[in-house]
Design a binder for this molecule. Structure first.
Ligand SMILES: [Zn+2]
Length: 284
């Protein structure tokens, strides 16, 4: 086999030559890398040689090994990013929360900080099957906080589904047998389910049954759930209807209540914009 023998020299200039192409090292008779000097071949043991009639096999020199390892790291990272992208698209099919992040929250509230801690300690909460019930007035950032938790977990490759109660009920009503079962299985088997706006679903027996069915399945699966609601906690605790009671009892069993209160989140956002505009007007 013809090999370049550029570095096959003798005398004073026989030291290592970089990037001059591969060479045969007279010391071992093997092809070596022109860059790192490592062997690119290895001898077969005598018995293999006798058996196959071949004396050497290709080997990986240190610089080639390093390049391969680097490529493998990049490949793994690319695959990880693809998986996360898929998880995020799946999670936010019904809720526009792909960009919601704790780091870029327009307003920081104590409740949002609690939500952030929940995401940080997800391993503990999920092991102990503890979800969150995010309740409080309209516009205090409950869904945003739940979406931030979802994104933080997706970054850690947890599968998440976000759906509002009313969407879920509609979807269940419009879907047929197998499709419906698949949809429900998706909501049951994901690592975290965000059930948005509990209590806003159609208050028909059908609607309540669907919500109860999903909550039941989730309870049995032992996987946590985030539930947001505009209903006051007392309304959940003292619901009079039998179906509501059954739903809310299970939600309260599975989810620790987290109150969102105080200034409207949207008003806060509006105020932040006003302040920013004032700053921009003052800049010259
Ligand atoms: Zn090399």
């Amino acid at each position: 086999m013809p090999v370049s023998v550029e570095r096959c020299r003798s005398g004073a200039d026989a030291g290592p030559v970089r990037d001059r192409g591969d060479y045969i090292d007279p010391a071992d008779g093997l092809r070596h890398c022109g860059k790192c000097g490592g062997a690119k071949e290895a001898w077969f043991p005598a018995e293999v040689r006798a058996f196959t009639g071949m004396d050497r096999r290709p080997a990986e020199c240190p610089c080639a090994a390093q390049e391969r390892e680097q490529r493998e790291v990049e490949d793994r990272e690319r695959l990880r990013r693809n998986r996360i992208q898929r998880l995020r698209a799946e999670a936010f099919r019904d809720l526009p929360g792909e960009g919601w992040r704790f780091e870029t929250a327009p307003v920081r509230t104590p409740a949002l900080e609690k939500a952030r801690q929940y995401a940080c300690r997800w391993d503990d909460f999920s092991r102990e099957q503890i979800g969150l019930l995010l309740f409080g007035d309209v516009g205090t950032g409950k869904t945003f906080a739940a979406g931030c938790i979802a994104n933080a977990l997706i970054d850690r490759e947890v599968s998440v589904r976000c759906v509002s109660c009313s969407q879920m009920v509609d979807r269940m009503q419009n879907a047929r047998g197998e499709e419906r079962e698949r949809y429900l299985r998706g909501l049951t088997e994901c690592g975290l389910l965000l059930l948005d706006d509990l209590g806003a679903e159609r208050s028909t027996s059908y609607g309540r049954e669907r919500v109860l069915d999903l909550v039941d399945r989730r309870l049995l699966s032992g996987r946590p759930m985030l539930v947001t609601t505009n209903l006051p906690l007392s309304a959940l605790r003292e619901a009079s209807g039998l179906e509501e009671r059954r739903i809310y009892d299970r939600v309260l069993e599975m989810c620790a209540p987290l109150r969102f209160s105080g200034e409207s989140f949207r008003r806060g956002k509006g105020r932040a914009r006003t302040a920013r505009a004032a700053a921009l007007f003052n800049e010259r």
